[in-house]
Ligand binder design. Sequence first.
Ligand code: SF4
Ligand code: SF4
Length: 146
Amino acid sequence: MSEAQKEYRKNIHLTFPPEVSKDPVVCNLTRLFDLTFNILKAQITPRKEGYLTLELVGSQDNCKKAIDYLKEHDIAVSPVDQRISRDEVSCMHCGMCTAICPVDALRMNWQERNVTFDTDRCTACGLCTKVCPVRAMHVEVENGPW
Ligand code: SF4
Ligand code: SF4
């Protein structure tokens, strides 16, 4: 199994009270919990409530500790629903995504010479979006509470 497959990914919404929005709590996630993060959406205004949608990447245990840390700093944390869709026009059925999908939601159909996408099996981990050469796999993030 590749290193990428060992990574745990978790998308969360954060709501910051005004007194916390200037503190580097999110940056501390890297230092304290050995996580990386991608900002999917942000709405930060000085002295006002702030909102962030983040993708946390690291070990599952450290992601859980990081969420506890955020909550201890009065940041409201809620999970994000996301789903993956495939652009059927762009997909050229090269099969690269089938090698990385951990749950076999993407499979090569050798008879038809195409790649099938079983959305019921897909756990929306997002790994296929990183390897697709034509960016046919898309993450659709629900807007959440803001
Ligand atoms: S990697 Fe992209 S282009 Fe190739 S089969 Fe998968 S979705 Fe289609
Ligand atoms: S997002 Fe779905 S289809 Fe893509 S690698 Fe993850 S489980 Fe497989």
